[in-house]
Design a protein around this ligand. Structure first.
Ligand SMILES: NC(=O)c1ccc[n+]([C@@H]2O[C@H](COP(=O)([O-])OP(=O)(O)OC[C@H]3O[C@@H](n4cnc5c(N)ncnc54)[C@H](OP(=O)(O)O)[C@@H]3O)[C@@H](O)[C@H]2O)c1
Length: 294
């Protein structure tokens, strides 16, 4: 059984990978692995270069990236470029995680991998630059673009909604942005499958979309979260549907960043499950946790 290295220590995907395959993955995070301190990357390769790396470390604060573009660039572009070069030098396979926010959301249909990219903010722009840098350094790298990731722990929309439910009777949620909610556990299973196929010697690197099946809006997601929370006896807030224009944020987000994941299924034989049952599982687990009772 080949073990592999996962960056992004305390993050949602790294944590899910550690939970899914504790015997197979070695998780590294800050301060031992820090894109802001490039020497920490070389150290990881010095003694025993890993067979495969999953790069789940990233600057994911979409709004904050607008005011801290240099830090976002180090985590999302120059850091991954350096990591990919080290992988190339040591014969290490690389799975690099990217985002639906490389698209501008204007297509009006789910995006395929060959669609033109046009990020609307610094986060998407730095992630796109990271994709390009990784592919230039290591053409065999597999890049998985995912979307709207949440987990039982971590900072994410699901937890934000449930936290708000403990304090508020009424919430306003954007109803004109569409996407594919992705449970970090489902993404972790997909990463493990992709890793196994790569370690088996096939196929060639490239970009693949890997998000929860189906689609919704942030408002639809909030409604589904609260439906499940209500089943667990929670008092739930009223959810008002609003337009993006009524919820100004520093970063502009794509209005419709749904991802078509057919290429992933055709190449790796894996498809993420529909988002609803995965969401219900996560919400049930969070609602059952003593610290979150409302
Ligand atoms: N979250 C989403 O909705 C979403 C959507 C689409 C794509 N993605 C992509 O999916 C991947 C995994 O996301 P996630 O949700 O698991 O992210 P996450 O929970 O925000 O975790 C990101 C991890 O990256 C680490 N990190 C940040 N800057 C770093 C740096 N300069 N050097 C080293 N590590 C650094 C963080 O470390 P600290 O804990 O020390 O800060 C954290 O452990 C990322 O590539 C992300 O871009 C996420």
């Amino acid at each position: 059984m080949t073990t592999f290295l996962v960056t992004g220590g305390s993050g949602q995907l790294a944590t899910a990978l550690a939970k899914a395959a504790p015997a197979r993955v070695r998780i590294v995070g800050r301060p031992a692995f820090d894109f802001d301190r490039p020497g920490t990357l070389a150290t990881l390769f010095r003694d025993a270069p890993p067979t495969l790396v999953v790069n789940a470390a990233a600057w994911t604060a979409v709004d904050l990236a607008e005011s801290q573009p240099d830090a976002a660039r180090r985590a999302n572009e120059t850091g991954p470029a350096h990591l990919a070069s080290l992988c190339a030098r040591h014969g290490t396979r690389l799975i690099h995680i990217s985002t639906d926010y490389v698209f501008d959301g204007e297509k009006g249909a789910p995006y395929v991998e060959t669609d033109p990219v046009n990020p609307t903010g610094v986060y998407g722009a730095t992630k796109l630059a990271g994709e390009r840098a990784v592919r230039a350094a290591l053409p065999g790298a597999v890049i998985l673009r995912t979307a709207w990731v949440y987990a039982e722990g971590g900072r994410n929309f699901v937890r934000t909604m449930l936290n708000a439910a403990t304090r508020m009777d009424r919430l306003r949620v954007v109803a004109d942005q569409r996407g594919c909610p992705t449970n970090a556990d489902d993404l972790a299973q997909t990463v493990l499958t992709v890793a196994d196929v790569m370690l088996g010697g096939a196929p060639a690197g490239g970009i693949y979309h890997a998000a929860g099946a189906g689609e919704t809006t942030w408002h639809g997601l909030a409604t589904a979260i609260f439906e499940e929370a209500a089943r667990h006896g929670w008092k739930i807030p009223a959810v008002e549907a609003i337009a993006t224009a009524d919820w100004p944020t520093p970063a502009r987000r794509p209005a419709d960043s749904r991802l078509d994941c057919t290429r992933l299924a055709d190449t790796f034989g894996v498809r993420l499950p529909p988002w609803q049952p995965s969401l219900r599982r996560a919400v049930a687990a969070i609602c059952g946790a003593p610290a979150m009772a409302n």
